[in-house]
Design a protein around this ligand. Structure first.
Ligand code: HEC
Length: 215
């Protein structure tokens, strides 16, 4: 009799276990909560709500000097096809629709013999005291009519700064003696003759580079 009591007790226990497991499986099916991919609450913060979000890209004209050191004059020569309809690039320096561009780098503005410049270009030259330094060339070629309103040069401009750098590197080569590159000379001078000239490499980014050899 004792063993039959144990039997029925064990049977009851198994029965309870069965019911509990069944309930658990069923309730899991009903109340299954998927585990979230990220734990906790995602707090959505809108980006760019601070005033300083965008770096001021258009704070002014791009400084072309640092780009010239790595510019490719050969690529610039192909760029020159955009100019050759109106400009010659050989030592003959003949005028076409536009003035010949031989020796153009650091040449005083609007001083090509026999070329009839627009009043705007003449005014821009300030009596021949302004020269075509790298920066002026870059800004003029980027948007001729914006840099010199009223210029007779009907050319939309080259917006990509790398392309301008290549082209200007090429313009530099169409000369009796290519003008020094702004950065390369500073670096080379430092290597060749340290402290000889102590060139202030960090000179003020002045609007008018103080290299104008005119007067
Ligand atoms: C549609 C013809 C035309 C095209 C294309 C053209 N130019 Fe000119 N360019 C002119 C004319 C015309 C002038 C004279 C502008 C004036 O007097 O206002 C001029 C003037 C210039 C000057 C000033 C020269 C000086 O003696 O002061 C430079 C530098 C120059 N162009 C560079 C370029 C370059 C670089 C390109 C190619 C990216 C180019 N131009 C494309 C017609 C053109």
């Amino acid at each position: 009799m004792n063993s039959s009591y144990l039997n029925s007790a064990a049977g009851a226990l198994l029965g309870i276990l069965f019911v509990v497991m069944t309930l658990s499986i069923v309730s899991d099916g009903i109340y299954h909560a998927p585990v979230p991919e990220t734990q906790g609450f995602a707090i959505a913060v809108a980006e760019g709500t601070t005033e300083t979000a965008e770096p001021a890209e258009e704070a002014g004209p791009v400084d072309i000097a640092p780009l010239l050191a790595s510019a490719d004059a050969a690529r610039g020569e192909s760029q020159f096809r955009k100019c050759s309809a109106c400009h010659t690039n050989d030592a003959g320096n003949a005028n076409k629709v536009g003035p010949g561009l031989w020796n153009i780098v650091n040449k005083p503005v609007a001083t090509h013999e026999g070329f009839n410049y627009s009043p705007a270009m003449v005014a821009f030259s300030q009596g021949g005291t302004v020269v075509w330094d790298y920066q002026h060339l870059s800004e003029f070629i980027e948007a001729p009519k914006a840099h010199i309103p009223g210029t007779a040069m009907s050319f939309a401009g080259i917006k990509k700064v790398d392309e301008r750098a290549d082209l200007i590197a090429y313009l530099r080569t169409i000369a009796d003696t290519p003008a020094p590159l702004p950065d390369a000379t500073a670096a080379a001078a430092e290597e060749a003759a340290p402290a000889e000239e102590a060139a202030p490499a960090e000179a003020e980014p002045a609007a008018e580079p103080a290299t104008a050899p005119s007067e």
